[in-house]
Write a protein that binds this ligand. Sequence first.
Ligand SMILES: Nc1ncnc2c1ncn2[C@@H]1O[C@H](COP(=O)(O)OP(=O)(O)OP(=O)(O)O)[C@@H](O)[C@H]1O
Ligand SMILES: [Mg+2]
Length: 234
Amino acid sequence: MLKVENLSVRYGAVAAVRDLSLSVGQGELIALLGPNGAGKSSTINALTGLVTPAAGRIVLDGVDISRSRTEDRIRGGLTSTPEGRHIFANLTVAENLRLGAAIRRDAKGVRQDIDRFLALFPVLSERYSQAAGTLSGGEQQMLAISRSLMSRPKLLLLDEPSLGLAPKIVIQIFDFIGQLKAEGLTLLLVEQNARQALRFADRVYVMSSGTLRFDGPPTGLADEHGLLNLYIGG
Ligand SMILES: Nc1ncnc2c1ncn2[C@@H]1O[C@H](COP(=O)(O)OP(=O)(O)OP(=O)(O)O)[C@@H](O)[C@H]1O
Ligand SMILES: [Mg+2]
């Protein structure tokens, strides 16, 4: 579904991603792990079009999208939930959800999807007409993921969904991610919480300092002596 070939991302003199190649197959959940500054978010931002690659190709369903506008990538089925959630704090929960569906014209389907997320996360229903900024961190993350799903993506990129959340909420978020995978959604998951990410991952990529260090099944990562500690920190 997604093929990344020899991707490089630079910020002036800083090489954030160097010659990265990876693939995500239909229905897979791929974990992209690595320590702070590894280049994980830079990779995601290149995939969504937030940054322009210095080199390399990004191919979605056979179409080179390396230089496509973000909106066209969303239309192509690729949506992200960025690091730090980025919900619109001054808009209501309802408005945030509807914004996620901005590219859709099927009003009835949009309403059905909203109802689904309200049933799944009752707190979003209780706070439907309140400013999203009044939600707790965990509730905002549930809203952020729900909003991303409102575009009905084929491939969802999640950048550190567990960041800054209490352990109980982290488990809840990952259970939801597991449910999305079971429903057939294809996912690329960036995480520092390796333990949780590896619960559902079909394959794992590990980066550090912009470079790919490991590519294989989660069990391979456990076998490779010291890799978890060295690159992920536990
Ligand atoms: N806008 C920017 N301008 C300059 N340098 C940047 C910019 N964004 C990221 N960098 C640098 O690029 C490198 C990779 O950063 P990136 O945010 O991709 O890492 P990350 O793996 O997502 O880290 P974290 O786990 O902390 O989110 C870092 O050295 C970072 O300081
Ligand atoms: Mg990051």
